[in-house]
Design a protein around this ligand. Structure first.
Ligand code: ATP
Length: 258
């Protein structure tokens, strides 16, 4: 049973067709790569799932529930978290403060008397700090927890953003170009980290990435977009050998064009 079902998703910006009936599925426990040349529509898929954009057509189902038009904070509550190509951190806030914000959109039951609500609020705040501390530790950010996030190198900021996404206890983590801006050495660590997150935290991963060695190395399956359409899907090996994919990346050669 697929956990995330993207069914006929469409999105237009004026005359630009960013997504044209895209369908694919992500099963629980998978790492799925979403690739394609620049402008193929990958980030638009993420933005439709996380409700930054309102799709013009199609459905998005997660965990058996239709989430196509629910409010953005309900998407987070339903168990989906994401990171961005360019980090979106609160730059003057500490690392710990940023990570704690990842829990703030989790639901609280407000249908209780005020004193009980206050007590629950205190418990919730304690739980927030504890959960953030665990994730900070897990991602090796302990020594930096009191530094302002904006003062840290880009690769560390990306890790802080990842920590913030994980702090919301997601079931599905959507990573938008996690490798961009990382050195060769940092890349090796990233591949292992994504695998560990899946294994240790039981989180499904949907990954948009241009770095082919990373995406082909860690994905169970890969979906390929080009000009807003799905042109291929399959195992990394199947996709790499698919003529449409080769053509989308390299363009038509004289030999195969008429
Ligand atoms: P890249 O790999 O370069 O990040 P992508 O595959 O993520 O590309 P998208 O960012 O989803 O591609 O963009 C798909 C198309 O939609 C592009 O033509 C882009 O210019 C257009 N587009 C995306 N967002 C908007 C927007 N907010 N307004 C207008 N056009 C947009």
């Amino acid at each position: 049973m697929p956990d995330l079902i993207i069914d006929g998703l469409s999105k237009r910006f004026g005359g630009i067709v960013a997504l044209d009936g895209v369908s694919f599925e992500v099963h629980e426990g998978e790492i799925v790569g979403l690739i394609g040349p620049n402008g193929a529509g990958k980030t638009t898929v993420f933005n439709c799932i996380s409700r930054f954009y309102d799709p013009d057509g199609g459905r998005i189902r997660f965990g058996g529930r239709d989430i196509t038009h629910i409010p953005a904070h309900h998407v987070i509550q339903s168990g989906i978290a994401r990171t961005f190509q360019q980090t979106h951190l609160f730059r003057s806030m500490t690392v710990a403060g940023n990570v704690e914000t990842g829990r703030h959109s989790l639901p609280m039951d407000f249908h209780v008397p005020i004193p009980l609500l206050r007590r629950r609020q205190h418990h919730a705040e304690d739980a927030t700090v504890r959960a953030a501390d665990e994730i900070i530790e897990y991602l090796g950010l302990n020594d930096l927890r009191n530094y302002p996030a904006g003062a840290l190198p880009f690769a560390i900021q990306k890790r802080v953003e990842l920590a913030r996404a994980l702090a919301g206890s997601p079931r599905l983590l959507m990573l938008d170009e996690p490798a961009s801006g990382l050195s060769h050495y940092e890349l090796q660590g990233l591949a292992a980290l994504i695998r560990n997150i899946r294994a240790d935290l039981k989180i499904t991963v949907l990954l948009v990435e241009h770095n082919m060695s990373l995406v082909m190395g860690i994905s169970d399956r890969v979906t390929v977009l080009d000009f807003g359409r799905k042109i291929a899907q399959g195992t990394p090996q199947e996709v790499q050998n698919n003529p449409s994919v080769i053509e989308a990346y390299l363009g038509k050669t004289d030999a195969n064009s008429n």
